[in-house]
Design a protein. Sequence first.
Length: 400
Amino acid sequence: MAKRLVHDIVIAGGGVMGMSTAFNLTKYIDPSKICVLEPDPTYSRSASALSWASVRQQFSLSENIQLSQSSIKFIKDIHQNLGIPGEDTVDINYKEGSYLFLARPETAHLLEQNITVQEAAGVKVQRYTGEELQRKYPYLHTSDIALASDCGEDEGWFDPWLLLSAYKRKIQSLGVNVIRAQVTGFQSNKQVKVCDMTSNAEYSIHYDKFVNATGIHASYTNELLNDSISSDSRFTLPVQPQRRQTFHIKCKDGPKNLPLMCCPLKTVIRSEGPDTYIVLHSSGPLAQNSEEVAEFGDVDDDLFVGDIWENLAYRIPAFEAVKILGGWVGYYEYNTLDQNALIGQHPLLQDHYNINGFSGHGIQQSPAAGRCLAEIMCGTKPHIDIAELSLQRVLEDRPY
């Protein structure tokens, strides 16, 4: 391991969180002193690339609402933010489309609480009784719904691969080093060991600051760090990969322009085309190790034919007749503490930082989250107060 590189900042993970952090750091330091490590430039197993890339403001915490509001502004002005002079216009195929949340009587009070928080944050949220919901969305079965909500603006979805590609092109044009390499360990004196994924050569990189942005592999990266430091500086990162399946279905007589609907029984669906839809099931078991994550497998059609189809057909009777066109499997980086982001400095080590655990809403918040972390790293007050999303709550076992 004779080769040794030197960078002021090393970011492990070239998904949207790592790329956004790198992009925002270029506003403060020389881009050539920033290094992003990403083992798979195709992003074939990336949580970012396999996500739905949906954006919403309807959250229960004000920090999540603010992160999304800031990110939506960035996304809607994507060319000005990530465009490169002399190159084609950046377009990530952003489409406006509301989320629709449904609550039965036993959970209506929780949705009402969320709506109150959203209204205080300036979200143009609309509430509906079951009868009002039926009038607006006549294709829905609503007799068991006590309360529902949707949003009139600044929600929708986009192409995740296009956002990843735009970030990568932009930071490379600015001079950031993007290296196809995998973190394999740490050494003393701020050195990270890596394996070059092209040549299989191993070498080390000296850094002043290190960022763990490895998504579903964040806990593994953290354990590599734990192996190299004293016991009083170690901590366990509560992030595990959760398997999720997306089914692509066709329904000839289904509703047109279906919003992104979150049903009471953990089923999420939205329109994909005039008579096609994508359906998400994300209540799979948490992966325990990297080998489980490596075995993505195929979508389980039997799972759809069972409970998922029954629930969809109950909510939208037209879905009694559907055809499965295909689908894909991905993973969430699931924060087992409270399902909210972990952003900021390592709670026990200086010059080590984390941006993990977004639990399904990472790509939509990546522009603002990366900006907040860059601001923290460079000693600037974050443009959003995310103190409650710090890693200190992990040490205190304090869910937010």
